[in-house]
Write a protein that binds this ligand. Sequence first.
Ligand code: MN
Length: 539
Amino acid sequence: MKHPVYVIGHKNPDTDTIVSSIAYAEYKRQTGVDALAGRLGSVSSETEYLLDKFSFEDPMRIYTGKSTLSEIDKDKAALASKDMTMKDALDKVMKLKNRGLVVVDTNKKLEGIVTLDDLTYMWTKTDKQLEKIIKTIKLENVLKTLNASIVVEGKRPLSGHMHMFPSIRSNVEIDSIALLRNEDDKLEYCLDLGASLIIVVTSSPISKKIIKMAQDMDATIVVTKLSPLSVTRLIYQTPAIEEIMISKEKINYFNINDTVEEASKKIAKSRHRSYPVLDDDNTVVGSISRYHLFNYEKKKFILVDHNEIKQSVDDIESAEILEIVDHHRLGGFESDNPINITTSTVGACSTIIANMYLENKSVKLSKKMAGLLLGAIVSDTMNFKSPTTTPTDISVAKRLERISGVSADDLSKEMVEHAESLLSKRFIEIVYNDFKEFNIEGNKVGLAQASCKSKSEYLILKDDLKKYLEDSCISNHYDLMIAMLTNPNGSGSYLIYAGNKSSAIKEMFPNKIKDGFVRGLVSRKKQLLPEVISTLGGK
Ligand SMILES: [Mn+2]
């Protein structure tokens, strides 16, 4: 099984993160890496609009860095139906490494398992236990296993008793099975005492007298050319495996979405060799053994648009990080192996990736991919108005405009139009989806950023959102919380604030703030934070 490398952006994905993962996965595929784009949350309506416009699919949702059973190598399950004879099961199981069969119904739903051990335990059973099993054998299985043919078919039931080459003085029980040579006196004797199934080891025909007698007694006679020894051995392998299988309720089995860690824990407590793996419809899709759980390849990731563990996929510690492409500060990341890191202080991660496409002549940048990347750069730099914008962002965007035939300005306007209304979000999302906490001169400060398309949205929200911030300050002990509601067109931000230090805000942006709006304020990191620091720090 070939394992893909997942290219993922950060949690609460924005357009730059989603586009970076799609574009870099495609870039890696063109260089021969089996890469797939993944996402850690739902996409915004702005992103969705951009994906639709250039006909790209949503990346697949990824929940954990742990490997699930669907992602590791497994054995193909050797399937059997419960009416399979033990003889056929033995023949099949001897050819398997894990020496186990998975018993399923006609829809491949799990019913139980049968292992080589179960099949051989048959020989340790008492006569009484064997009788119970022999009682269940079917005529068709006897014919198949003993390579036998029917001479007379009767309807007597089977008691489970077996008589091997009885003499005329033996106590042959009613409805028993008798194994005989083609000797009329003994055949007659057994029929007379009410034997139900007579297996005759012979190559010569059964006499008419015996046939007539069997018909009168409603008994069955079958003939086989196998040796007496083979017949004695094989007759105990004619029962169906249903009689000895271990039913579903008594075994460990796994769902394809269980993690390797969960499965290992369960397996450590049990002694079977192999365990069925089912999909969500309870259909058997494979089987695993200890070997698979101790020798699996970790899930592999390339991180784009982030590098901090807490912004990345859950359980990233269980996975392997191969590479990072980012435009944020480095956040104390450690790796076991040397890895490739590409970082640059540009306004969008998509700028770095677009640059890679433009510089690598052996990689093709399609028209629609150029449009997609352009959209992400426009979004992350707020149409180049954010102070994080660099000349590289602008020059790369110009080249993308030419290749895609789309204008950055038009794209920006369309995306702002399709951005989600703040009114459709809950306060907890507005405040905490993109939230950073700072300690400034002993003050606990929280700065939230969200995009806000219009003054009317702000006016509708501002009182209730202020109340929400005030409550959050009290319950979470913030001295100051600011919600920065930025117009995605880059014109500026509305500020809503609360906390015992909120009077300080009034000292900030003294000339620029008008009806809560600060023209030109778009970057939390480069504009708002330094202002808050200097106000609270008195510097
Ligand atoms: Mn970004």
